[in-house]
Design a protein around this ligand. Structure first.
Ligand SMILES: Nc1nc2c(ncn2[C@@H]2O[C@H](COP(=O)(O)OP(=O)(O)OP(=O)(O)O)[C@@H](O)[C@H]2O)c(=O)[nH]1
Ligand SMILES: [Mg+2]
Length: 337
């Protein structure tokens, strides 16, 4: 259930500042010696792992990441300013490859782990360095060293933050195609989805990964249907979104029973999964009357003693609300880790 997110970017360290040629000129000191200072060093490029990031989505659009160049040296032995380093944040688990040599640069597995990837050029020497007994007025300085520029490949094995679960045909695949770029097969019969699909959901600056799991049925935990094969993957997610399709139900009891069946299967499979934070959504509300929606919603809210979302992937009702709630839940779970 993993899929790989990949991006290519170019990084460039800072060029070293040039050394300076200058001579002291002061009143009463007619032949002041050389006083050209050294150039500043160029900035380095570092990558740093950040556990608050989930995907590589924030690299889309920007291709060049640059550290600043070092400043030039100046008279009065003034050293040029060092160029500022570039610090590029990536999710924990990102692998960095040099695309020109194919070499593996780093595998950032821990939060805050930092690695130097491109070193800035050293600053050049000012003429103050070249004064000798035979040459009291050198006009020599050296230029700053060149920067390093190369292409880097970032690779991240995505792990789902949220799993969409529910009975077959509940609308899981339709929902993931509504909130992400994933385009799984959608059809009006159960067990359309045979393998989980992953999609990246973006919300402003944030993003998280959602998995669309094949439908679960009674006795899934005993191996019935397809679900069990994938239940173990759910174990690693931060939260579940449980979709309940009430549009076909005769009454609220039938709908609640179908919800409980899935909960029971999760519990039978692993207590750990059944304790996960769960967002419950009644789906396909476009195919129901307002009255029906309220009736089902009230019943679920009373039984579960929490708020239930009523959504429609077709009309888009409450989809933004659901996305915001998913993000909030993922963030909360991450801070508890
Ligand atoms: N009216 C309506 N139909 C929906 C909605 N969401 C999904 N459907 C329909 O419900 C059927 C099943 O949708 P899927 O997204 O394939 O359901 P699923 O949960 O992925 O099903 P499995 O992969 O078999 O477990 C399709 O015919 C969809 O067009 C909705 O919000 N409103
Ligand atoms: Mg499906």
């Amino acid at each position: 259930m993993r899929f790989i997110d990949e991006v290519k970017i170019t990084i460039q360290s800072g060029k070293g500042g040039d050394g300076c040629v200058s001579f002291r000129r002061e009143k009463f000191i007619p032949f002041g010696g050389p006083d050209g200072g050294d150039g500043g060093d160029g900035g380095n490029v570092y990558f740093v792992a950040d556990k608050s990031l989930n995907t590589l989505v924030h690299f889309r659009g920007k291709k060049l990441y640059k550290a600043n160049d070092g400043g030039q040296g100046a008279g009065r032995q003034k050293h040029g300013k060092s160029g500022e380093d570039a610090l590029i944040a990536v999710p924990v688990g990102t692998i960095l490859k040099n695309l020109e040599t194919g070499e593996l640069i780093a595998d950032l597995v821990e939060d805050k782990e930092k690695v130097l990837v491109a070193e800035g050029g050293r600053g050049g020497l000012g003429n103050v360095n070249f004064k000798t007994s035979t040459n009291q007025a050198p006009r020599k300085s050296t230029p700053g060293k060149e920067c390093q520029v190369f292409e880097i490949g970032l690779e991240l094995k995505l792990l789902a933050d949220i799993a969409l679960i529910g009975q077959p045909n509940a609308g899981k695949s339709t929902l993931i195609s509504r909130i992400s770029a994933a385009r799984p097969k959608v059809a009006d019969y159960p067990f359309t989805t045979l393998e989980p699909n992953l999609g990246v959901v973006t919300l402003g600056e944030d993003s998280f990964v959602v998995a669309d799991i094949p439908g679960l049925i009674e006795d899934a935990s005993q191996g019935k249907g397809l679900g069990i094969k994938f239940l173990k993957h759910i174990e690693r997610t931060s939260a579940l979104v449980h979709l309940v399709d009430c549009s076909w139900c005769l009454n609220e009891f039938e709908a609640f029973e179908s919800y409980v069946t899935i909960k029971q299967e999760l519990f039978n499979f692993s207590e750990n999964i059944s304790k996960k934070n769960e967002i419950v959504c009644l789906t396909k509300t476009d195919a129901m009357t307002e009255e029906e929606i309220l009736k089902f919603q009230n019943f679920f809210e009373k039984e579960l003693d929490k708020k239930i979302l009523t959504i429609s992937s077709v009309s888009g009702k409450n989809i933004d609300k659901l996305k915001a709630l998913m993000l909030k839940t993922v963030k909360e779970e991450k801070t508890h880790e």
